[in-house]
Write a protein that binds this ligand. Structure first.
Ligand code: KG4
Ligand code: ZN
Length: 363
């Protein structure tokens, strides 16, 4: 149980939900250490994340990442940690298992309470993180609710209504592929490698976003949902035709323009539906989370549009946009203050398919 008299809480965060082994140490809401060990090289040759290999790599790296985070934070010893925050879902089951098992073992060995954290709640609140001097990374002075969180990652594309911290409702989501998935799959069609999102974005910087007219599926539907599979299919036919017509050398010349057009189509689809939600529901602020929110074009177009609508918009620092454990530790810290620790740690299990709406569930 959190002691009311203790003002400083040290939280150890662990996230092994996908292909990054991530561990962080926070002092209240301030990041002291943020360690991320990427498995990209392991999965690259398979063109995507292989769950069995992800588990093997997490098992290999987790102890080293914990030791490094403790050392970098200055907290040094696990005995100085007040609470362990671990992602228990959503994510890949074999990968999640590694973090959850480690949290269970440490909790029982060192008698440290555990908070089970929903990965999507972590992304939703990643703009609230502060540096070690207490300065917010996203220039967000004081969060205002109700708010809208836009979660755009490799597995999720969601508009979430946040009535208050811990209370979430998904008001819009993708009906098929996630935005990050669209970036990655289209990047593969363009032979840009894996993971393709950041590479496609980099190529797009030298291209003209208006050069190829690509579809914006569901643009005019009167809801807050998204669809990216139509864009993906259009790109598949389109790129095959272009490759055949131009040949490899000439095709490589048009790749920047094509990337810029793809990026514009994805960003415009997000912008249309989020703008509709903001106009209708009038939140006090909009906050972004997830890997795709690292995208520069997305940031500039949303900044312009939200300014027009007079709604403050915040983006996570880029190292907290993609998967990390600082956001997990932050949610863990808030939950610890609300005494939402796991009652029976030995029974804590991963839950791969939960949504952010399960964030309130008592474990
Ligand atoms: O949040 P994240 O690290 O992992 C998940 O929880 O899925 O998001 C990864 C996704 C990938 O699809 C990746 O291609 C995409 O975020 N991504 C980007 C950029 N950086 C990462 N997409 C577009 N532009 C970027 N700069
Ligand atoms: Zn994620």
């Amino acid at each position: 149980m959190p002691s009311k008299s203790k003002k400083v809480i040290y939280t150890l965060g662990i996230d092994t939900s996908c292909d990054d082994t991530a561990v962080a140490v926070l002092k209240n809401d301030r990041v002291l250490a943020n360690v991320v060990s990427s498995q990209v090289d392991t999965h690259r040759e398979w063109g995507g994340v292989v769950p069995r290999l992800a588990r093997r790599e997490h098992e290999k790296m987790i102890d080293g990442c914990i030791a490094l985070a403790l050392r970098r934070s200055g907290v040094k010893y696990i005995e100085n940690i007040d609470v362990i925050a671990v992602t228990y879902g959503p994510g890949l089951a074999p990968a999640l298992e590694v973090g959850v098992r480690k949290a269970r073992e440490m909790s029982m060995e060192y008698m440290i309470p555990v908070v089970a954290v929903n990965h999507m709640e972590g992304h939703a609140l990643s703009t609230l993180l502060k540096n070690s001097r207490g300065v917010n990374f996203s220039k967000l002075a004081k969060p205002q609710f109700p708010a809208i969180a836009v979660l755009v990652s490799g597995g999720h594309t969601e508009i979430v209504w946040i009535e208050e911290l811990g209370k979430y409702e998904i008001i819009g989501q993708t009906l098929d592929d996630a935005a990050g998935e669209a970036f990655d799959k289209i990047a593969r069609m363009l032979d840009l490698g894996y993971p393709g999102g950041p590479v496609l974005a980099r190529m797009a910087e030298d291209g003209d976003p208006n050069s190829y007219p690509l579809p914006r599926p569901m643009k005019d539907s009167q809801d807050y949902h998204f669809s990216f599979s139509g864009l993906k299919t259009a790109c598949l036919y389109n790129t095959n035709d272009l490759k055949k017509a131009l040949g490899p050398k000439k095709f490589s010349k048009i790749v920047p323009d094509y990337c810029a057009s793809v990026q514009e189509a994805i960003v415009d689809s997000l912008l249309g539906k989020v703008s509709r939600a903001v106009k209708k529901k009038k939140p006090k602020m909009v906050m972004f989370g997830g890997g795709v929110s690292a995208n520069n074009r997305l940031r500039s177009k949303f900044r312009r549009e939200m300014k027009k609508q007079n709604i403050p918009v915040y983006f996570p620092d880029k190292k907290f946009a993609t998967d990390n454990a600082s956001m997990i530790a932050l949610v863990g810290y808030y939950k610890f203050l609300r005494a939402e620790t796991v009652e029976c740690v030995s029974k804590l299990e991963r839950d791969p398919s939960i949504t952010i709406e399960h964030a309130l569930k008592k474990l």
